[in-house]
Write a protein that binds this ligand. Structure first.
Ligand SMILES: Cc1cc2nc3c(=O)[nH]c(=O)nc-3n(C[C@H](O)[C@H](O)[C@H](O)COP(=O)(O)O)c2cc1C
Length: 170
């Protein structure tokens, strides 16, 4: 198994983060991986919003929790978040999802933990979410795809069992 595949099979989602930021230069490399994800008809629909500002991370966490009716921080204390949105054209949901995968796998290749947090669609359909998009200067008609939370595991991550019977060779 080469190093790239090893990286893919050892990435695991993290739900407990040390209270520290990921350096900006590492975030820039992670974003480069997202930007280079393939997209249907090369429409390059995904948009990336890097949020490292504490107040905005807290606001996004609250909006997310409100959608899910959660009593907890849905970002698990992570200090950095990359919001992935996609311009509503052709294969945008697939494009955005693939970009999310690139972000998480690139992060792990650098020893940085991550997790996909959902409900971005609902968050950015809300009035407060739309207000944030306007503040961020995003004028395209976009849909929220996911929140890629980033950081360093505070506790050992759970090992995911891979279900058998999912591969067919013909
Ligand atoms: C589309 C999608 C949505 C997800 N939404 C959430 C979420 O809202 N909250 C969460 O804690 N984890 C979320 N996850 C992470 C999954 O729970 C996690 O990927 C799954 O348990 C498998 O674990 P692994 O990533 O370690 O293999 C999501 C993952 C995907 C792909």
């Amino acid at each position: 198994m080469n190093e790239t595949v090893k990286n893919l099979v050892t990435r695991k989602s993290c739900n407990s983060y040390k209270p520290m930021h990921v350096p900006k230069k590492d975030i820039e490399d992670i974003v480069a991986a997202g930007l280079n994800a393939p997209s249907g008809m090369n429409k390059q629909t995904p948009r990336f919003v890097v949020v490292q500002d504490e107040e905005t991370v807290a606001k996004l966490s609250k909006l997310n929790a409100d959608v899910g009716h959660f009593p907890i921080d849905p970002f698990y204390g992570a200090k950095d978040v990359i919001v992935v949105l996609a311009k509503k054209e052709v294969t945008y949901i697939y494009d955005g999802s693939l970009a999310m995968g690139n972000l998480m796998n690139a992060a792990w290749s650098m020893g940085i933990d991550s997790r996909w947090i959902h409900r971005a669609k609902e968050v950015f359909e809300s009035a407060e979410g739309k207000q944030l998009l306007a503040e961020w200067g995003i004028t395209d008609d976009v849909e929220g795809i996911g929140f890629c939370i980033l950081g360093y595991a505070a506790e050992e991550k759970e090992k995911t069992e891979i279900n058998p019977g999912r591969v067919f060779y013909v």
